[in-house]
Design a protein around this ligand. Structure first.
Ligand SMILES: [Zn+2]
Length: 183
């Protein structure tokens, strides 16, 4: 896993990048929770599930199918009275927040790969480029081991690129609107 802080930061950056009226702060908070939810699969260890099982760590809950299911359920439960455009926007945002979790994990240098295509294909995948130092499972262990090295790696490879993307989109949007207003 990357740390929960980094997953949530990416959800926040995605919300700011989307910069759409449907993506309100409560939606961004929901997105931040969605970005952390996949790691609830570590509960399976307590019930004897193995890391590489379908429902094991980085398995089913890290898949694109799960991201689609979770976002569809949340939209159906929480936003069913919204217009279909708003529902589609929120659903896409929550999907991207949840799916971003597996993408960040696939950039880490430890553990098993990510079952992006479960339950259809349980193969575990990593990206060829894996610069992010893997974070230990559980907040307690995160603070007790190698925390500074992991944090530095996440700031360099997750927080900085996410902030640059956010500022770039923000800058382009502002430039476009100032051009349009001077036309
Ligand atoms: Zn994970």
């Amino acid at each position: 896993m990357a740390s929960a802080f980094s997953h949530a930061f990416v959800a926040l950056a995605l919300g700011k990048i989307a910069s759409h009226r449907a993506i309100t702060w409560p939606v961004v908070l929901t997105g931040a929770v969605c970005s952390i939810v996949p790691d609830l699969d570590v509960i399976g260890f307590a019930f004897g599930l193995q890391y590489g099982d379908l429902w094991g760590h980085r398995g089913m809950t890290h898949s694109l199918f799960f991201a689609g299911l979770l976002s569809a359920v949340l939209v159906a439960l929480g936003y069913r009275h919204e217009s279909s455009t708003t529902k589609a926007g929120i659903g896409l945002y929550l999907f991207l927040c949840t799916a971003s979790h597996g993408i960040l994990d696939a950039l880490t240098d430890g553990g098993l790969g990510i079952a992006f295509f479960s339950p259809f294909d349980p193969t575990r995948y990593f990206f060829p480029f894996r610069p992010v130092a893997v974070s230990p499972i559980g907040i307690g262990s995160f603070f007790s081991t190698d925390a500074l090295r992991i944090l530095a790696s996440e700031i360099q490879w997750i927080w900085l690129p996410a902030t640059v993307a956010w500022l770039t989109v923000h800058g382009v949007t502002r430039l476009r609107s100032s051009w349009l207003s001077t036309d």
